[in-house]
Design a protein around this ligand. Sequence first.
Ligand code: AMP
Ligand code: MG
Length: 445
Amino acid sequence: MNTLDQIAASLPGYQPQNLSVGTASAFLAALATPVSDVETVGIFDALDRVLAQDIISPISVPPHDNSAMDGYAFNSSGLPDSAPVVLQVVGSVLAGQAWQGALQAGQCLKIMTGAALPAGLDTVVPFEAVTLQGEHISFTPLRPGANRRRAGEDLLQGQAALRQGDRLTPAALGLLASLGLATVPVLRRLRVAYFSTGDEILSLGDAPRAGAVFDSNRYTVTGLLRQLGVEVLDLGVVRDDPAELQAALRSAAQQADAILTSGGMSAGDADHTRSMLGALGEVVFWQLAIKPGRPMAVARMAADLQAKTGSGADSTIASSYTNNSKPPAVLFGMPGNPVAVMVVFLALVRPALLQMMGCNAASSAAAPLLQARSVQAIRKRPGRTEYLRGIVEPAADGSLWVRLTGHQGSGMLSSMVQANGLLVLAEAQGDVAEGDTVNVMGLGA
Ligand code: AMP
Ligand code: MG
């Protein structure tokens, strides 16, 4: 396992001050080790779980050639070229039935959508395309093979239907069911512990007091975590007190694969999280080239972590991991401001957690950014990535336009609620002029 220093040394241009979002992402990608324990779950319980192995299709889907329409099935070879074609209807076949028998030249069968095409029949003319006269139909000739679904056109037996690391979406669950699979091997859920820090932070139910605010980060962060389908360990609010922080970190490191915290990352007086982390584990502190959300810490904490206060934390920490049965937990120390914590989560923590969950590149890729034209001019200083809360709306001609929600203070959650997207203004970008096209990260589920 590489130490944090080794990871840093492998990244060209890495420096903890003014660290670009791209380099920070690369650092976290190098740190994020996927879970490997496998469990088998019923497919009803498998939504958002991550596949532990490729799923090879045991059957072809559909299993037989079948009709795509309600209509009449016939053999297209040997039909007269003359129009219209006239055929005698000699029977019918419903979905779920296997019609046995043989047709003579000039005969056809009434057939329903999804019914297996009897041997030798290759074409279906829909009801609405025929004229019925007694037991005969007549219709304009159509292409051989029309309205036929081929066996295996969805999936061929022996083909990989899904890949290891795919995250199971509703469509993937349906696909598994179409293969007749009732259970599926998945990776165990990632366990993520979260706590808020700060003497001024009240838990819901606490009596309000001057200078204090209710903990909102705990709800935004656990909500974001639940959307990932991870197991959330809620460790509540921890005061800016070294002993409490130590106890919370120790408990989190024993139980969790990842530890998320908010607050206490800036250089202020009461920022014990910072000093505590340095004393307990391997840690890097970053000033990100990002707005909002500059301060962040990333650490690795052994499950049996011992306070090294006084004696000095050092490189022995990394080598001691090999003696533990549980791998060290990765800690993401996020900023305290309510919008900053969400931005840092979405931009940096979420991709790392998806990788730790075992997602492959395709299933951990962020949704593509939208392109929208800015309703207004926006001041932007080159040199940092900025995330601005915006509302994207289509104009009458269908083109997308985006306007800012108003004040962009990093504590203003109300504007995060109003926003349906985050404008992502790249590091190198300068001012945006009215009508310029900008990238927007959707904030939908
Ligand atoms: P800090 O990073 O700890 O200095 O916090 C920055 C700002 O975010 C301060 O105004 C805090 O009161 C606020 N803050 C920190 N944690 C939370 C939280 N869990 N819920 C709401 N506001 C918070
Ligand atoms: Mg604080």
